[in-house]
Design a protein around this ligand. Structure first.
Ligand SMILES: NC(=O)c1ccc[n+]([C@@H]2O[C@H](COP(=O)([O-])OP(=O)(O)OC[C@H]3O[C@@H](n4cnc5c(N)ncnc54)[C@H](OP(=O)(O)O)[C@@H]3O)[C@@H](O)[C@H]2O)c1
Length: 322
């Protein structure tokens, strides 16, 4: 798209709408439904059956549920009719399928904006980002989007999630404790480095808000990697907040140095273990890969509406106790 202003993002189609972050994005879009003209999701027959309550409640909210196979071109082309904006939140296993979703969106007569499934680490942070293994598929999707002639894009770059769900940064991270852990039940934490490394985080609730605001600020978010977040903090500050909100006593603390994290990453890579991805991402975050001179929240009016560290810890405690 070459004109200087962007058409509005009003008729949305969401892929991955019932997934971990997709469900939060969809919830915020639905909460703001009066600001959009149409909300549709594209999902599989399996999900319609296995998550029938979630699907029914979306239908009750007026969401169009389009059922099909995301790898079938005619299913996708049909779903794109009367849609102007595609918001993808597909999981890591489906990232490459988006290249075809982008091609079909570029061919469609109505879609003008594509939000690929990002919502994480800045995959173009610096020269070394191009070589990070977990970034490769998302980089290909960015390249596919940049090579289209009719589509605009928005990359919503949020850093790690400040949430307590399994494996996320504010969780006990039971299967990979050495890479960092905040374990509410046992009042134990594993901090990276000396605990004072700064990392920018986004709660999944805020990821939803940020996608909505990016869609509503179609000009400001056009053809940009929006580097947004909820807050910037350190492991030591996170621990202090967990201690405060769990009765005030000190937790048992141990540390994993960056050298140890790099050693674990190398070992997992050599063994071909999926644990390597966890190590790589946590190493990138600990090395400062989420820190910017200035965050982009101001571009989409997302400065004063973000969750705080205290909000994130309160929610993570609830999730861990569930
Ligand atoms: N920043 C972080 O800390 C962080 C953490 C986790 C994930 N992420 C990022 O967030 C994005 C979404 O990840 P997620 O964990 O939310 O995803 P997820 O829950 O694993 O999956 C999301 C959805 O993808 C759809 N899907 C369709 N075909 C699929 C296939 N073949 N394999 C996998 N999923 C398929 C499904 O849609 P239906 O709902 O229609 O069934 C599924 O619910 C990814 O880009 C991921 O890298 C970031």
């Amino acid at each position: 798209m070459s004109s200087t202003t962007s058409p509005a993002c009003k008729k949305l189609l969401i892929f991955g709408a019932t997934g971990l972050v997709g469900s939060r994005i969809t919830r915020e879009i639905v909460r703001n439904k009066s600001k959009f003209e149409r909300i549709a999701i594209f999902t599989s027959p399996t999900t319609v059956e296995s998550k029938s309550d979630q699907i029914q409640s979306l239908k009750k909210e007026g969401v169009d549920v389009i059922v099909g196979d995301l790898t079938n071109s005619s299913d996708v082309a049909r779903a794109y009719e009367d849609i102007d904006t595609v918001i993808s939140a597909v999981g890591r296993n489906a990232i490459e399928h988006q290249i075809e979703l982008v091609r079909l969106a570029n061919e469609s007569s109505s879609v003008h904006r594509f939000f690929p499934s990002e919502y994480g680490t800045d995959i173009e942070y610096g020269p070394s980002s191009a070589h990070e293994i977990p970034h490769q598929k998302k980089l290909k999707v960015r390249a596919a989007l940049r090579s289209t002639d009719r589509l605009d894009h928005t990359f919503v770059v949020t850093g790690p999630y400040a949430d307590g769900d399994s494996g996320l940064y504010f969780s006990a991270n039971a299967s990979a404790k050495q890479t960092g852990s905040f374990d509410v039940k046992n009042k134990e934490a594993v901090l990276l480095g000396d605990g004072n490394l700064k990392i920018s985080f986004t709660t999944m609730h805020d990821v939803g808000k940020l996608v909505v605001l990016a869609a509503l600020h179609a000009d400001a978010s056009r053809n940009k990697a929006l580097r947004v977040n909820s807050f910037t903090t350190t492991d030591a500050e996170i621990l202090k907040e967990f201690e405060k909100q769990t009765g005030g006593q000190s937790w048992k603390v141990s540390y994993t140095s960056l050298d140890e994290l790099r050693r674990l990453e190398k070992e997992a890579l050599a063994a071909g273990s999926p644990f390597a991805t966890v190590c790589t991402l946590r190493r990138i975050w600990a090395e400062g890969g989420t820190l910017y001179e200035k965050r982009d929240n101001y571009l989409i009016d997302a400065e004063d509406v973000m969750d705080t560290l205290a909000d994130a810890v309160a929610e993570a405690i609830k999730v861990q106790k569930r």
